[in-house]
Design a protein around this ligand. Structure first.
Ligand SMILES: Cc1cc2nc3c(=O)[nH]c(=O)nc-3n(C[C@H](O)[C@H](O)[C@H](O)COP(=O)(O)OP(=O)(O)OC[C@H]3O[C@@H](n4cnc5c(N)ncnc54)[C@H](O)[C@@H]3O)c2cc1C
Length: 420
């Protein structure tokens, strides 16, 4: 679908209309900026990388950002299930840790939402918003930054076109190619594991409880879904993913039951089994030459702690606020001053979450001498020390560090005299 209403140049061009790019389009429209979202793959296509069979865990912090954007009522009304507690354990170990929302004074630690549901709400918002042009299918093939503008070459079904803006946001995901064209340094490493993703039911009510179980094959997460189903996110060596996908349903259920145990009940009715290769990456810098990297294009994480999109949504909230303020003061949105302001706000959060996620994977998958005991003691300590637990939850719920206006659940102000 192609929709064009604005006159060029745009304030902001967004390459990639996945979870992060679509969220940013909605945020910039709320702030009264004129932007263009360019998405290569249609929403309903089988190979749409952002809106697929996955369910993802949104933190309480992300709930607040979506509330500020005015789309939380639509998300919660469709297919979101609250996570009220998390049970963390290691198979064969004595340590367990239980995290609960009551100590944080909130209704839920987070929510489990199918990415397609989230995508539908975000795209509906984009299509209704004034000030946003949405092109799809439209692939950004080349970028030319200049002193006063950035220009992109876009391939659409109707042919090629050229669009100009003050700033280009690269929200192309973890395999971004524009990053290299723009001269960013990308440090990427694959993990020697993949994710097997599926769903299961159990006979017993989940009561909003999620599980993270570290097994000898890899971490196994169960996330509560509607109708007492669980989303299963199981990190495994590739050969074991092959094996589990080739199994029939009864064999698969026997394997997951053996690795997880019976704490959640007896598993039944497995869904389709999908695989995702895993990698981690970071970039230097986060912004330069009238461009900003956002979401997975800026930081690819292991999904073990369910932080990737939540981190990207905090990028969105801070960038939208920095740009809205600059716009109100008549500043050049692609200037080094504006880009540095954004970078200064995001650098620490990104590093912290990257370190936490990779550290968690290393701590629970390596077999170094003494590490097993340290893991058990670590779990018990977090379980028994409320202050440590609170601090951990503040970080994993996306409530630590500098808070943007949207992350307080408040909408971005439009310039005086403008109505949406
Ligand atoms: C198995 C798994 C489970 C996960 N679970 C969670 C979770 O529980 N919680 C969480 O927070 N995160 C989770 N994540 C991470 C989350 O999915 C990502 O962080 C999120 O999808 C990143 O969104 P994005 O928009 O940056 O990138 P993507 O989702 O990759 O979207 C990029 C978009 O850009 C488009 N595009 C690419 N190149 C171009 C171009 N040149 N021109 C135009 N368009 C282009 C693509 O078609 C795509 O639509 C999980 C990831 C995996 C793999």
């Amino acid at each position: 679908m192609t929709r064009k209403q604005q006159v060029e140049p745009y304030d902001v061009l967004i390459a990639g209309g996945g979870l992060v790019g679509a969220s940013l389009g909605g945020a910039l429209a709320q702030a009264g900026l004129r932007c263009c979202v360019l998405e290569a793959v249609p929403f309903a296509a089988a190979d749409q990388p952002s809106f697929d069979e996955r369910t993802i865990a949104l933190t309480w912090g992300s709930r607040l950002i979506f509330a500020g954007l005015g789309v939380w009522p639509q998300i919660i009304a469709t297919d979101a299930e609250p996570i009220r507690s998390i049970h963390i354990s290691r198979r064969g170990g004595f340590g367990i840790c239980r995290l609960d929302c009551t100590g944080m004074g909130v209704d839920a630690l987070g929510y489990v939402v199918p990415t397609r549901v989230l995508g539908r709400v975000l795209l509906d918002r984009l299509q209704q918003a004034l000030g946003v042009d949405y092109y799809c299918p439209a692939r950004v093939e080349a970028v030319q930054p200049a002193v006063d503008r950035v220009t992109v070459q876009v391939k659409t079904e109707q042919g090629s076109l050229q669009l100009r803006g003050d700033l280009l946001v690269v929200a192309e995901g973890g395999r971004s190619s524009l990053r290299e064209q723009l001269g960013y340094k990308v440090y990427a490493r694959p993990y020697e594991a993949e994710v097997l993703l599926t769903t299961v039911s159990t006979g017993q009510s989940h009561n909003g409880r999620a599980f993270e179980r570290f097994t000898e094959h890899g971490p196994l997460a169960l996330l509560p879904m509607r109708e007492n189903r669980y989303s299963v996110v199981w990190t495994l060596p590739a050969a074991r993913v092959d094996h589990l996908r080739a199994c029939d349903d009864a064999q698969f259920l026997a394997q997951i039951q053996a690795d997880f145990g019976y704490r959640a009940g007896i598993f039944t009715a497995p869904g389709i089994r999908l695989r995702y290769p895993l990698a981690r990456s970071r970039v230097e810098p986060l912004a330069q030459q009238r461009s900003v990297l956002l979401g997975n294009a800026a930081h690819l994480l292991h999904p073990v702690a369910g932080q990737g999109f939540n981190l990207g949504l905090r990028d969105v909230a801070h960038l939208a606020e920095v740009l809205a303020t600059a716009h109100q003061h008549g500043e050049d949105l692609g200037s080094d001053r504006v880009l540095q302001k954004y970078t200064a706000l995001r650098r620490d959060d990104i590093r912290r979450v990257q370190g936490f996620t990779h550290g968690l994977m290393t701590a629970f998958t390596q077999q170094w001498p003494g590490l097993s005991l340290a893991r058990q003691i670590g779990l018990l300590l977090v379980d028994s020390l409320p202050l440590v637990q609170r601090r951990l939850l503040q970080h994993t719920m996306g409530l630590a560090g500098p808070r943007s206006q949207l992350s307080l659940g408040l909408p971005l102000a439009r310039p005086t005299g403008e109505n949406e």
